[in-house]
Design a protein around this ligand. Sequence first.
Ligand code: GDP
Length: 613
Amino acid sequence: MQAPAIGGINAPRGNGKVVRLPQGASLTDFAEKIGANPASLVAIMMHLGEMVTATQSVTEETLQLLGEELDFNVQVVSPEDEDRELLESFDIEFGEDEGGEEHLVIRPPVVTVMGHVDHGKTKLLDAIRNANVVAGEAGGITQHIGAYQVETVVDGHDRRITFIDTPGHEAFTAMRARGAETTDLVVLVIAADDGVKPQTTEAIDHATAAGVPIVVAVNKVDKEGADPQRVRAQLTEYGLVAEEFGGQTIFVDVSAKMGMGIDSLLEAIVLTADAELDLRANPDMPAQGSAIEAHLDKGRGPVATVLVQRGTLRIGDSIVCGGAYGRVRAMLDESGNILHEALPSRPVQVLGLTAVPGAGDNFLVVEDDRVARQIADKRQARKRNADLLKSRPKQSLEELFDDLKRGERQELLLILKGDVSGSVEALEDSLLKIDVGNEVNLRVIRRGVGAITQDDVNLSLASDGAVIIGFNVRPERNAQELADREGVDIRFYSVIYQAIEEIEAALKGMLKPEFEEVQLGTAQIRAVFKVPKINNIAGCMVQSGTINRNAKARLVRQGVVISDNLTVSSLRREKDDVTEVREGFECGIGIGYQDIKIDDIIECYEMREKPRA
Ligand code: GDP
């Protein structure tokens, strides 16, 4: 086979051969697969107008482009596929119940509460939790672990329901974005005195997109002006037709404040789940599920709330959760009771992981610690690559030059680290909502839980100065040292709005022109002339540059600034008013300042707009 010359560069031809590459692969990875020299691929890309280094992660388009050029059929494997393949290489299948129909057992529905702000989502979750949480031996002080399970009786049977204890759409969409289909059913909260509002319809859209049934909780019926019937009428327009109007949707009037209607709501959830969903899982297999929330506890280390979706989780199990692994040392429920096993749909707090996973990460029980660790290591390596890829936007040579020339493109890159995944997500959401027009771009290239590490600082360096934001966390010592040495900006916050305010100001600051001081000249005072009624005039010799009328000035005495922000209000040579006096000439200068002395220096300067970097 003949090696063709592409722009005079030799590289093997693929003749349509398939090359599989992970997202975020580099030209070196590509070269390895096809037995080429990485440098030749770099040269080809350069020829095609893209400047990339051999080891840098490149985008899918770049890989495709290169593939086309060399006649290889490039298949870029998505992170989900890659993870599936990774698990398959360990003989693990994620997301499926093992066995057949006969192994499936009914499991409780998992519910997320959504609705417009202030319509009472939090209050309702509180009311349900307080009234019905499965009481433990300890008699349960309930605590927030991100999800809880309640018990209710429907048609004489004990039934359980799991609630995701983070109200709002962000959590729901964030989990879904990561492929974690945790929610079986949505409770749409709508205030009877307020009716349909923008986030009400947004919630309906989210639920519909996810193909999840809705139960409507018409809240605040205790309030004056509450009109539950109007809410029913309004919602028909959005395809939610109440049963009493001949539709399929159950509406329940509740008052979260008075604790009214809660039991009916729970019953409606169970009935809707029974009618529309077939919620069953195999409890007799290694547990699998999703992380809901996780944080770093000072005394206990990483603490993660996971939702078991199939199988049974037990103390002592070896687990992998995202890029974290470990052995289940202890399991706690929402009342702080110790559990020995957790069945499908049960949320539990798990202790014993080596690191803090992200919300929405999948978790699974594997055969032993060694396997857990291998999977976690592979996932971490992949995540690092993906982070690096995100940190380097693809730019062609032309674009690079254009941007440099115009100094126009502005992008603020951020690395967010926080104490719990919920707050990191909330911060990211709010930051991305900051509106600063088209000229400035804000991009989060890494988010994570735990202290700021050396790796974070390295990523900032690799990405040309991303700002690191620590929310309720501090840097590890070597990370701080590295940051200081390399000049990486780390900022700390403990209140979200403060972080947002500052970032917003910084972004707007990036738009404003920056000024720098440029010295025009200096003059030494040789004599002081007293002029009645106005300030003294300085008889001077210009020592350097020029002194200009109306320029800014400061008075310096023995190296100390006596007064700043003055203006050269009068400037004379002999008896004539002039606009400028040059080095080596004598002149009379008035700077509107009385206390001037012989040998003082008048420094004359102006503020010039700095070209944008
Ligand atoms: P969220 O933003 O949807 O989570 O709403 P919250 O649960 O924070 O409730 C917003 C406000 O409505 C709070 O002041 C609650 O006390 C009040 N509220 C919630 N439910 C009821 C209710 O059933 N009746 C009345 N009168 N007020 C309620």
